[in-house]
Design a protein around this ligand. Structure first.
Ligand code: ACO
Length: 426
């Protein structure tokens, strides 16, 4: 711990510098306004640490992502989504007994209140499944009052388990509703991911056999999306939760934030872009467009606020595409377009200088489409997987003794005080 000096208005001020276990130090400016009468100005929070967290660490320059210290590549390769959920929630990897008991607990919460299933019928069939997710997840608080006392750790634990367990059921039902098929109820004899695949692609008229290669690929995609430090949707969950709102409402807020194309909507946008490009010979035209300041087009699935190197999740995704394509014998030209686009962009001075690399969304759409998901479901799958990160971060925030309501300030640029003019005088 050291000090940072600030000179303002002819006076010097000292601020403590705090160190985490790894990563940049932070200047503790909590007393800045009281001492100087000034705020800091940091739209988009590019230089602001809004909280302490022991969950996830990212080194964007080196392309490192750790959950509770474990590298994402090792987790994606060797663990399961349930293990990662346990790790994020509890801080340590589970023993075999702990994992079994945790998985059983989650599976006991997979059903939805039957009345909640009726909610779906109020949506238009062509509603975007993310709009259904926002609505149904927000409505959970109307059904599970018995776990909304946020000051009670047991309530928090139960609502966290409920959210993780029910999200696949809610997501699969949103899909089934959009295609006019009956809802498929959970089968707790299957894994978390196998159950989700069956609820999504199974029909009551036939048995559904889970393909283990697709189950593993899907599980890995869930692991890759489980948490990602203080991203926009997680910060939204924290901000909503900082007012004391119930966890279901907070996660619904996170889902709404995730929906945007600059965040979770990017995989849908990336696949649409790859399909629009269509053939490798058209790639240079799109690269030129992405570089043109007068053209709003960006290479979707490229660039990241934090990663200024290859997103480690994109590496695993690229490998998973090959496995899924081999298993399903898919020959979608979109994969070839993705590979060549990546190569051309990575060798282009514009992308090199700006440190723009493929992010997790660049390949995820290609895989999800091969598995059979429509593009409108991509962000839903992201929301499903990120739910554990959101609830883990929300729990961490609620248990933090320094927690305060999130309330940023502003640099006001509007009119100064003026007198109201009656309507007939304007
Ligand atoms: N294509 C072309 N140029 C780009 C791209 C891109 N995908 N991304 C950034 N740039 C350029 C910008 O035009 C800007 O150029 P300038 O400095 O000359 O003005 C520079 O790189 C920096 O970009 P910013 O938008 O300022 O960076 P920021 O950190 O705010 O944005 C973001 C990050 C939103 C991810 C951006 O890279 C982007 O829009 N990418 C495409 C969307 C996407 O893939 N989003 C998924 C993010 S990952 C996730 O949510 C899971």
């Amino acid at each position: 711990m050291g000090n940072a000096k600030l000179s303002a208005g002819g006076k010097d001020f000292d601020y403590s510098v705090l160190s985490g276990s790894v990563g940049p130090d932070v200047i503790d400016i909590r007393k800045l306004y009281g001492q100087t009468g000034m705020f800091t100005f940091d739209p988009g929070f590019t230089s602001t640490a809004a909280c302490e967290s022991a969950l996830t660490y990212i080194d964007g320059d080196e392309g490192i992502l750790l959950h509770r210290g474990y590298p994402i590549g090792q987790l994606a390769e060797q663990s399961s989504f349930m293990e990662v959920c346990y790790l994020l929630l509890n801080g340590e990897l589970p023993s075999p007994g702990e994992l079994k008991s945790f998985s059983t607990t989650i599976s006991r919460h997979t059903m939805l209140h039957e009345q909640l299933m009726q909610f779906y019928r109020g949506f238009r069939r062509d509603a975007h499944p993310m709009s259904i997710m926002c609505g149904v997840v927000g409505a959970l608080s109307a059904f599970y009052h018995d776990s909304t006392d946020i000051s009670d750790p047991t309530h928090r634990k139960i609502s966290s388990h409920r959210l993780i367990a029910k999200m696949p059921t809610i997501a699969a039902a949103a899909y089934k509703y959009s295609i006019g098929q009956p809802f498929v109820y959970p089968d707790n004899s299957l894994s978390y991911t196998g159950n989700f695949l069956r609820m999504t692609f199974g029909v009551p008229a036939e048995p559904y056999i889970v393909n283990p290669v697709i189950e593993r690929a899907m599980d890995r995609i869930f692991i890759l999306h489980a948490d990602h430090e203080q991203n926009a949707s997680t910060s939204t969950v924290r901000l909503a939760g900082s007012s004391g709102a119930n966890p279901f409402a907070c996660i619904a807020a996170g889902i709404a934030c995730l929906w945007g194309p600059a965040h979770g909507g990017a995989n849908e946008a990336a696949l649409n872009m790859l399909r629009e490009i269509g053939t490798p010979d058209r790639i240079p035209h799109y690269i030129e467009r992405a570089k043109d300041k007068n053209d709003p087009f960006r290479l979707m699935g490229f660039g990241h606020r934090v990663y200024k190197n290859y997103d480690p999740r994109a590496t695993v995704m690229q490998q998973t595409v090959r496995e899924v394509f081999n298993e399903l014998k898919v020959t979608d030209p979109v994969f070839e377009v993705a590979i060549q686009l990546e190569e051309m962009a990575l060798n282009d001075p514009y992308f090199i200088e700006k440190k723009l690399f493929p992010n997790v969304d660049f390949y995820s759409g290609v895989i999800l489409s091969a598995i059979g998901f429509p593009t409108t479901m991509f962000t839903v799958l992201f929301a499903l997987a990120r739910t554990v990160g959101w609830v883990a971060q929300w729990n961490e925030m609620i248990s933090d003794p320094n927690q305060k309501i999130g309330r940023p300030r502003q640099l006001y640029t509007g009119p100064t005080e003026r007198d109201y003019l009656p309507l007939d005088k304007r």
